[in-house]
Design a protein around this ligand. Structure first.
Ligand code: NAD
Length: 468
């Protein structure tokens, strides 16, 4: 069994209560996590505060070397963590599953170790010297979701540590195990208190809300739903916390008339169904020109039907179950509704337990719930259009603006359409392909701030300008 403890101040702390974690593929309990109290959170914040002065006064080279050591430890425990991820999250070991997530975690960690925010001389002359410095904030609270538990923890924690902050990390109650183990591993390298972890079942005690309100925490970095992000903003206001909030998306893909339907089918499929659609920047609405609509639908449905879906521990499977009942019910509700409005091209019915085969529904339009709401699961609505201006307008008609994509054999034309999409990232002939050397964040209700690169790193610092 995988029964991990809290790590606070470099030490294991068992909680008086624990909660079970089930494998979404089988329903079997595969481990348990501590149900931490508000007093445990206070202890974790206190440990992080005590570790801050020594950690933040390390040299930039030292912080870079420590970040790289953490990255190496993540790399050397990749297979162990991938197995835990598959057990608790459901994603397959293979394909774009848990080994791939661990590869991403290592790549982002490596890249973060190379980043630096050196002092910047703004002026140096007769009128005097002016230098801008970046100072760490103090204790950073990281709150993560259940879709990419380890990779997103790495996105939060490594930049915070690299810039001299200390951290209290709180994973989702659906997927705490791999993150608990990750923090255990990393604590063999870091000084006590630099990285602490608390977990709870989100019952009477909502640790995330308590972190957002906590006067000892200077910043919250959060990835999750828009509703929770808004709550965090409200709860954090009295303590004037710095915030980075990466929230929901309802990304549109626009297929122009000049595509080769068969050639783009694989890219379209994985753009939408990566991690079973449980991906913030997955394609969640597909607008297809009427002249290629039937060919694109046929090619996409044929690709979807050949994809092996099943228990993620079986190496031949490349998609697993939906991660939890709440999300499964949401996908089912949206698909059931879409069936009454459009045509199911493939899928459409749940199978065993939390399994739901990739589903395509054509004949839908803006205003239909599967188009307007973020499904965050294995169901893609296809909307036909005849004028690209209508497609751009419909794609932009959303409160979200995380990502988007344009599919065409004419790159220049695609770039022109891409620049008119209201979103933080736009891909041409692919979707959702984020990378550590490009900033990532959305517009409108999708994000507050950005992650990755020096732009993201700067969000873990305050500016101090020294005149003279
Ligand atoms: P969620 O908002 O329900 O939960 C996310 C985290 O917030 C969990 O750790 C949860 O315990 C915590 N939380 C719950 N209530 C809280 C509160 N009042 N204050 C503070 N924290 C609280 O999201 P989820 O269901 O885990 O994830 C799915 C959502 O995340 C989707 O909408 C998806 O689009 C989004 N997401 C966004 C990105 C991105 O980078 N933009 C990445 C992954 C997921």
């Amino acid at each position: 069994m995988n029964d991990f403890d809290l790590i606070i101040g470099g030490e294991r702390h068992s909680a008086s209560r624990r909660f079970p974690i089930a494998n979404p593929a089988t329903g079997d309990v595969i481990g348990s996590a501590p149900d931490a109290t508000l007093a445990d959170l206070d202890r974790a914040v206190d440990a992080a505060r005590r570790a801050f002065p020594a950690w933040s006064s390390r040299s930039d080279e030292d912080l870079a070397a420590m970040t790289q050591a953490v990255a190496d430890a993540i790399g050397s425990h990749g297979e162990e963590l991938a197995r835990l991820l598959t057990l608790e999250q459901g994603k397959p070991l293979n394909g774009l599953g848990s080994r791939w997530e661990m590869g991403g975690a290592k790549a982002w960690a490596d890249y973060t170790a190379t980043l630096s925010l050196p002092p910047k001389v703004l002026q140096d002359g007769e009128a005097g010297r002016v230098v801008m410095h970046r100072r760490p904030l103090g204790v950073v609270g990281s709150i993560t979701p259940w879709n990419f538990p380890v990779m997103i923890a790495v996105w939060h924690v490594l930049p915070a540590l690299r810039t001299g902050n200390t951290v209290v990390l709180k994973p989702s109650p659906f997927t705490p195990l791999a993150t608990l183990r990750l923090v255990e591993i990393v604590n063999e390298i870091l000084p006590p208190g630099v990285l602490n972890i608390v977990t709870s079942r989100d019952g009477e005690t909502n640790l995330g809300a308590a972190m957002a309100a906590h006067p000892g925490i200077r910043k919250i970095v959060f990835t999750g739903s828009c509703a929770t992000g808004q709550r965090i903003m409200q709860t954090a206001a009295p303590t004037m916390k710095r915030l980075t909030l990466e929230m929901g998306g309802n990304d549109a893909g626009i297929v122009l008339p000049d595509v080769d339907a068969k050639a783009i089918a694989e890219g379209l499929f994985w753009g939408a169904f990566l991690n079973n659609g449980q991906t913030c920047a997955a394609m969640k609405r597909l607008y297809v020109h009427v002249s290629v609509h039937d060919d694109v639908c046929a090619a996409l449905a044929a690709y979807a039907e050949a994809v092996p879906v099943g228990d993620g521990l079986v190496e031949t499977n490349v998609l697993g179950p939906v991660q939890n009942r709440m999300q499964f019910d949401k996908v089912k509700r949206l698909v059931d509704d879409a069936k009454t409005r459009g045509t199911v091209l493939t899928g459409g019915e749940p199978s065993d337990g939390l399994f739901f085969r990739p589903t395509l529904v054509a004949g839908l339009r803006n205003g239909d719930p599967l188009v307007d709401e973020e499904q965050f699961g294995p169901a893609l609505p296809v909307i036909v259009y005849s004028d690209v201006e209508d497609a751009i307008r419909a794609a932009n008609d959303s409160e979200n603006g995380l990502g988007g994509s344009v599919w065409s054999s004419d790159t220049e034309r695609a770039q022109h359409v891409a620049r008119r999409m209201e979103c933080g990232s736009v891909w041409i002939n692919k979707h959702g392909a984020i990378q550590p050397n490009a900033p990532f964040g959305g517009v409108k209700a999708s994000s507050f701030g950005v992650e990755f690169t020096e732009e993201g790193l700067a969000e873990y610092t305050d500016i101090q300008v020294v005149f003279g």
